[in-house]
Design a protein around this ligand. Sequence first.
Ligand SMILES: *Cc1c(COP(=O)(O)O)cnc(C)c1O
Length: 502
Amino acid sequence: MESPAVTARAEAGPHAPAAAAEDPLFPPVTRQRALDTWLASLLNSVAAQIGDGPVDATQGQARADGLALPPAPSAASAARNIGSWDFAAWDFSRPVALEEVTRWVVHEMQRGIVQVSHPRYFGLFNPTPAHPSRCADMISAVFNAQLASATTSPFPVALERYLIQCFGARAGLPQAAGHFTNGGSEANGAALTCALTAALPDFARCGARGFAGQPVFYCSADAHLAWLKLAHQSGIGRAALHLVQTDGTGRMDADLLDAAIARDRLAGRVPVMIVSTAGSTGGGMIDPLHKNSAIARRHGVWHHVDAAWGGGALACDHHRHILDGIETADSITIDAHKWLATTMGCGMFITRHQQITAQAFHASMECMPSCDMAADPYVTSAQWSRRFIGLRLFMNLAAGGWAGYGRHIERALSQADWLAHALQEEGWSLINHSPLAVLCLRPPPQAPAPAAIARAVLRSGAAWISAGHFETIPVLRICITSGRTSAADLRMLVAALRTACG
Ligand SMILES: *Cc1c(COP(=O)(O)O)cnc(C)c1O
């Protein structure tokens, strides 16, 4: 069998060669150490090179070296071709040296993904992970702590609880409870479960059919539409989500919201939750938090603030005010793996109602070492076995302090400002007026449509941007996402846009 194509430019393997009879899964400690050292150095050089290559290596030119081109398909190999990848060499019939496996995987990662940690990735909030959070992942991996229960992992569980309280306090929710999640969608799902449980104490036992009428909840038409999936998963159905129109500036129209709730009540439906988006995915707009809170109170429904991306601004003293009103929420979603630049998979669900999380997620199993509704994550959140997620955020925050995050947030905001001015001078119009670091722009007259411009820029490899709509206007979307974006990167983006406009 041919060995898999390998080219990672680098780097002979570690100096301690594998002994013939060595167990590849649990090698001797000396060899493990040599491999770890080699891998750390390989990854450091690879990470340092990301900014020199194309942002979107999946766009064609990466195939040019022909390495992973599938062989002429036969019936047997066709099953092993997925996308542009031929896995025929990986039939696992014999072990392959870990160095070889590593080189192949790293090489394919270099060209098989959009490089979201590239300084000219101006995309969907996937950050260049800050260095301390990368270190956190190494620590988590070595100890492999099991965070289902506080009895087995008292330190990690305490640390996560402390961080939730810290962010709760920044948001203005004293004594906040909550938990870390894989991401914003999971945290939003926790909010929906809590809202349903708060609306109907018997929801835990009899589910959606316990309601006197169809339960419904509300978000803006510009909200993250993973809410539809969550409605589906929760069993109340996608029709339970009512989209409220925006007010022409990308924010939920609070008057329409109020009227929709009144109408649903009259029709016998049961409103359970208002979702305010604080930093919409497309345009970075913030729904009227105070107004929506007042409406929620008046109608006795849960108010959730989805600040998955925008919540990062809480970490910045000078820009905390962007999120004024968030302190009135019943619960909040913040993704540290967006603006707070942790490695992927670090969301937070924060709530002022600790009791509800215990009602919403309780379970008991004899084999578990404890069942403490105030402490054990497996009875206050959706996940069971899980890793030490919060360490990623802790290490970033501890190593940089609030001031470190403050500078990170302010740099993104001032870069967005600079870019808006630079492009307006070249005839672009700014369509959104977000307090966050995202621009929705209409190209100069005579320029191609935003989608064509985005495609041309992606093909050039110079930067990653996207096209979409703000309200109903087709726009180009540029979001400052990486903490490594420099002034030179912004100038290169402006140049790439000029070229794409012809
Ligand atoms: C990103 C985002 C989500 C989804 O979060 P994931 O971490 O991708 O699961 C939800 N809401 C908003 C406003 C977001 O920006």
